[in-house]
Design a protein around this ligand. Sequence first.
Ligand code: PGA
Length: 254
Amino acid sequence: MVRKLLIAGNWKMNGLLAEGADLAKGIAGEVKKMGKLPCEFLVCPPFTLLTTVKKSLRGAKVALGAQDCHFADKGAHTGDISPAMLKDIGCQYVILGHSERRANHGETSELINVKAQSAYRNELKAIICVGETLNERDAGRAVEVCTKQILDSVPESATYQNTVIAYEPVWAIGTGKVPTTKDVAEIHAAIRKTLARKLGKSNANRMRILYGGSVKPSNAAELLSLDDVDGALIGGASLKVEDFIGIAKNACKC
Ligand code: PGA
């Protein structure tokens, strides 16, 4: 089954206008130089940079995504952004259920499920994140935790076309620590099995499952060569053009 690798940058809460434009222009320039692309590129800047980044990416095959959205299309939700607004501004993707939102904003899998359905209604692809904490891993519960998060967060209406999964062990995010390839392979296989149970084999076999957590150019080739790893969700290293592009070059041999 051929699944095109997705190299996705999660800029988190980083970048003022000028920095965002420079970073996007730098990425766009490098992607244009590559010619035929063996992977897809995506950047997810903060809301305030979406328009600027979209302009700066012009002419380059780099998709645009946001890092969260509300589940409603509009209404009395002070401080929130709707999927309709993201679509309107030119986004194709939205990250949902990142562990920083689960932990710091009390987001539950049930809420993420409703947000994903709303994303689909607005023709956005959802990148649904799952991952265990260090305590859960140490207790031998990583597979169980990720399986439950997939079952509860992924809507019945998810397909390989509207959904990407990201496995991001919480303890590997921004720490420089990375699970062994054996552990990554185990969780990705378990996630694909759970997706098959929930959405059918055909969807599960075609759905991309990204790995995220301290991905950098030096570990990208090893992680992304695993059978069930279909790309990367990159935080810190996505803020430097050479690192972000270096990850893609090492992983996709482009
Ligand atoms: P990191 O973050 O690459 O800085 O570890 C990944 C993420 O949180 O998506």
